[in-house]
Design a protein around this ligand. Structure first.
Ligand code: 13P
Length: 293
């Protein structure tokens, strides 16, 4: 079903790494998708940017669409209908083992196992178990090291625990995973807090140095979760049409760029898309009273 339409993630991330090594720091955007028109919107954004990209579905999105096979078909339809010609990959965001298993036979090119709440050895072992299922099918695996603050699906945490850069080469080596989300001060959701200009980009830098020192950087990649910029014009629009968003704050764009320059190769965005959709719906309902009749 996904043949020739959805591709693997690793070649895209490797291309970003090669561009970075040539002095043009690059990362691939990974955008969360929940429904069809959102998929077309993301593809249109990629087309305008002339960029390859990753569409990612969480367990909640898969459930909402009736299962991973349905969401994969939806993304394939969106790629075909929009005549999108740049490489696109479908990834499971924040999965557990059962969700990853389901996605392995449903057209996904990559799955994430989010078990960073476990201790280090258990995280490695659980990731390794999914890698052993996924790699024979040509599907890559993302894991997480450290802990992000904020809420994503049923995973919530009040505070960040930074990834330990010394563990990164060992984690890749022992688990066999391809991508690793490293906690360095970003957080999920629209309330990322003050002081983000002090984002711990030095953690990314140290993790990436470990990768290059161990010659892992062409096949192993660092991921930034919680990377939405939370555009203030969208917050204003939402609030002017009845929303009550307070203290909404995202990651400044120059900090994301600094993190990419330091070694991030996949950048996850969900909240910014939700804000765009919320603003559009709120405006539409306000401007079309009685539409529900
Ligand atoms: P945001 O909430 O910043 O968009 O992060 C999304 C994310 O990391 C999805 O995995």
């Amino acid at each position: 079903m996904s043949e020739n339409v959805l591709g693997p993630i690793v070649p895209m991330l490797r291309a970003a790494e090669l561009a970075s090594l040539r002095g043009r720091p690059a990362a691939i955007g990974a955008f969360n998708v929940n429904f069809y028109s959102q998929a077309e919107g993301i593809l249109e954004g990629l087309r305008r940017a002339n960029a390859p990209g990753i569409l990612q579905a969480s367990r909640g999105a898969n459930k909402f669409q009736g299962g991973p096979g349905k969401i994969a078909q939806m993304v394939v339809d969106a790629v075909r209908n929009s005549k999108h010609s740049l490489p696109v990959c479908l990834h499971l965001d924040h999965g557990d083992e059962p969700a990853a298993r389901e996605c392995l036979d449903s057209g996904f090119g990559s799955v994430m196992l989010d078990v960073s709440k476990l201790d280090y050895d258990a995280n490695v072992a659980a990731t390794r178990a999914v890698v052993q299922l996924a790699h024979p099918k040509g599907i890559s695996v993302e894991a997480e090291l450290g802990h992000l603050a904020g809420v994503e699906e049923d995973v919530s945490s009040a505070k960040t625990t930074y990834a330990d850069p010394f563990l990164v080469p060992n984690f890749f080596d022992k688990s066999g995973c391809d991508c690793l989300a490293i906690a360095y001060g970003t957080s999920h959701g629209p309330n990322k807090g003050a002081g983000l200009e002090k984002l711990a980009v030095h953690i990314v830098d140290a993790c990436y140095r470990g990768l290059t020192a161990h010659r892992q950087n062409l096949s192993h990649f660092l991921v930034s979760h919680g990377s939405s910029t939370v555009p203030q014009e969208l917050i204003k629009e939402i609030n002017s049409f009845g929303g009550q968003m307070k203290d909404a704050r995202g990651i400044p764009m120059d900090r994301i760029q600094a993190a990419i320059a330091a070694g991030i190769r996949k950048v996850n965005i969900d909240t910014d898309l939700r804000l765009g959709i919320t603003a559009t719906f709120r405006r539409y309902f306000a401007e079309h009273p009685g539409i529900e009749k």
